[in-house]
Design a protein around this ligand. Sequence first.
Ligand code: IPM
Ligand code: MG
Length: 358
Amino acid sequence: MNYKIALIRGDGIGPEVVGEAVKVLEAVGKKFGHSYELVDVLMGGCATDAVGKSYPDGTAEKCKACDAVLLGAVGGPKWGADKPAEQRPETALLAIRKDLGLYANLRPAALRPAMADACPLKKETALKGIDLMMVRELTGGIYFGKRDKYETADRGMEATDLMAYSEMEIERIGRRAFELARLRRGKVSSVDKANVLETSRLWRSVMHRLAQEYTDVQYEDVLVDNCAMQLVRDPGQFDVVVTENMFGDILSDEASMITGSIGLLPSASIGDSAPGLYEPIHGSAPDIAGQDKANPIATILSVAMMFRYSFQRPAEADAIEGAVDAVLAEGWRTPDIAEPGVTPIGTRQMGDLICQHI
Ligand code: IPM
Ligand code: MG
């Protein structure tokens, strides 16, 4: 196959980790007979510096002309909250999600076998294993609701952010979760705050309707505060966790931390039509940018997700994931995951080793 892939290298360590992921794409291409057309797309703080806005005109169109999008990382203190919206990298991130219709954000949190010692939880908890998939709604809710800020007569300024969800939005993310559960361990935990929020009560009623349809999948409701607690108490109980946008933002950071290595976790954002967007969970880490210190594994595993979810090529995905596990099992570590006494290797060497294993 020939795949056309948009590369948003972005800011900080973004270009370095995408560079290694491109090497992996080439190694997979050689092994499985694929070729690529790689299209560089400018977005993020680097775009603000180059053309004055983080999301240049035509960004979505360029991406839509591709089969998938690979993103390194965007953001950095240089383009902080004090800057106008169109110059901030976060604005670009939200815009591309909306413009590409990427309503489902898949964030796996799995303890890789060679990394069990990195798990910050109790030993017996780690031994039970952690392998959950956070499915976060990505284009609705409070992130995209109407915002307002106005003067009141007696209480100073007041601000509001509207959280709205339609049955259509809930049903399509719910279906994704149930379908994924069928391919995994057959369990869906739907997270809400139905004891307080009207959006959550609607969310829950739609999920219950779906649960009646997917009778082969085990289903449970979990309140969001309880979920935050269960994630550190016994994460092994979760398979697929589905939740709305802001709860998912918060819980997915928590879920990534319990695996002990945020530098290893990939993500996929998908909609109903191509292209999906694949990116590491971690940020742009400007403090170590350009020093060959970043861990490229999360971005490399994002390429594996691209093969699995956009290209329907599980063998290629398995080959990448297997190579990563093999390199970790041999003891190779970048600085972020190096145990005391282990001499770390650099970004490029980690990429080379993974390519050799492919
Ligand atoms: C994430 C990030 C973004 C989000 C920010 C940078 C806008 O935290 O992808 O989780 O909140 O969605
Ligand atoms: Mg987040």
